[in-house]
Design a protein around this ligand. Structure first.
Ligand code: GDD
Ligand code: MG
Length: 361
């Protein structure tokens, strides 16, 4: 039976390492990467909370302790969190099946690497109006080859779902945006304890069975932060308020937001938008040109200059060093006078910094 009433339950897919984000994700799962100095998942959770979805299950397999240790029972964020941990990855649909015990009404599923301002209440109204068993949010992209391409009829009913099509099979620019609304009975089609995907398994099966699967197109902000470049882009978009966030409200081109006990030398030049974490110190004549996020306990030496960069916690930039379009991982040190452009800098096992390219193909 299809239900009425508000949405209260959701599953967030918090899977693997995100191969294109290595080595940033060696010690942190992709959905825990800091965005505006908050784990990415906190943004997703507060987004759901904003729509009244307070009963949230995290479906996870990679570094589960790091996530559970940080987010606990969710009370800090005003939600109730459950954890469905997979012994080995069960795939997107298998992971939700593994969380079935927490699901007893119409629920949402979110890919754990998407930032969007999609209106879930409106999507739910669409889902109910159409009498759908599954509704897939759709966004338009220029190049759909890295996504699931979705074809619908004029009523929005999905006719075809093709995951990561080759160039000859791209029939639409509307893609799966990684947010679904699902009726619980659909999980009856998903095998227990087996690797099974929505994209290559359940969706094609439901279409074959002529079950009502609908596509909900929307035109708001949407970003899959699965590469370093996209991750940097997301932080910049939030700083520039191209999309709003619930954790640090009021950001914009001019804004400078500092945590506790930040020390900025009076001769330093700070141009927004900038977020600076607690206890960080900005030295004499240093220059910071936003969009910039500086983590907690960072240090910027004399005459150092950074532009469009994300520094995680405990980063130290030596005197006179210059950074542009960079992501610098926890506790990395950049030596005085160095020039670092278009780079991802992380701490290697030897303690020496590793440098990778910001743009990966
Ligand atoms: N718990 C769990 N277990 N989560 C998983 C597993 C798993 O075995 N496999 C993947 N996930 C999670 C990932 O962590 C991510 O949050 C989400 O499922 C999607 O996986 P990605 O690896 O990021 O897939 P993608 O980006 O290549 O493609 C997916 O997202 C696109 C939108 O960004 C597909 O759903 C596409 O159809 C879609 O267009
Ligand atoms: Mg992805």
């Amino acid at each position: 039976m299809l239900e009425s009433g508000a949405l209260s339950e959701a599953v967030i897919l918090v899977g693997g390492q995100g191969t294109r984000l290595k080595p940033l994700t060696c010690y942190l799962p992709k959905p825990m990467l800091p965005v505006l100095n908050h784990p990415f998942l906190e943004h997703t959770i507060t987004y759901l909370k904003g729509y009244g979805v307070g009963d949230i299950t995290l479906a996870l397999n990679y570094l589960p302790e790091a996530i559970q240790g940080c987010l606990g029972d969710g009370s800090r964020l005003g939600v109730s969190l459950n954890y469905a941990v997979e012994a080995s990855p069960l795939g997107t649909a298998g992971a939700v099946k593994n969380a079935e015990r927490y699901l007893d009404s119409t629920f949402a599923v979110l890919n754990g690497d998407i930032f969007t301002d999609l209106d879930i209440t409106d999507m739910l109204a669409f889902h109910r109006r159409k009498g759908a068993k599954v509704t897939i949010a759709l966004t338009r992209v220029d190049n759909p080859s890295a996504f699931g391409v979705v074809e619908t009829d004029s009523d929005g009913r999905v006719e075809r779902f093709t995951e990561k099509p080759g160039p000859e099979r791209i029939t639409s620019n509307w893609i799966n945006a990684g947010t679904y609304i699902i009726e619980p009975e659909v999980l009856g089609y998903v095998p227990e304890n087996s690797h099974y995907m929505f994209e290559r398994g359940l969706f094609p099966l439901l279409l074959e069975l002529n079950e009502p699967v609908y596509g909900y197109p929307f035109s708001g902000y949407w970003l899959d932060m699965g590469t370093p470049e996209k991750y940097l882009c997301l932080n910049c978009d939030l700083l520039l308020n191209k999309v709003s966030n619930h954790l640090i409200p009021g950001l914009g081109r001019e804004s400078i937001s500092c945590g506790e006990d930040v020390i900025i030398h009076p001769s330093a030049r700070v141009t927004g938008p900038v977020v600076i974490g607690s206890r960080s110190q900005i030295g004499r004549r240093a220059s910071i040109t936003g969009p910039i996020v500086i983590g907690a306990d960072c240090y910027l030496g004399e005459d150092a200059g950074i532009e469009e960069a994300i520094l995680w916690d405990g980063v130290s930039i030596g005197a006179g060093a210059r950074l542009k379009q960079c992501i610098v991982g926890t506790s990395c040190r950049i030596a005085g006078g160095e020039q670092v452009v278009d780079c991802v800098v992380t701490q290697g096992d030897s303690g020496l910094p590793n440098r990778g390219r910001l743009r990966v193909d």
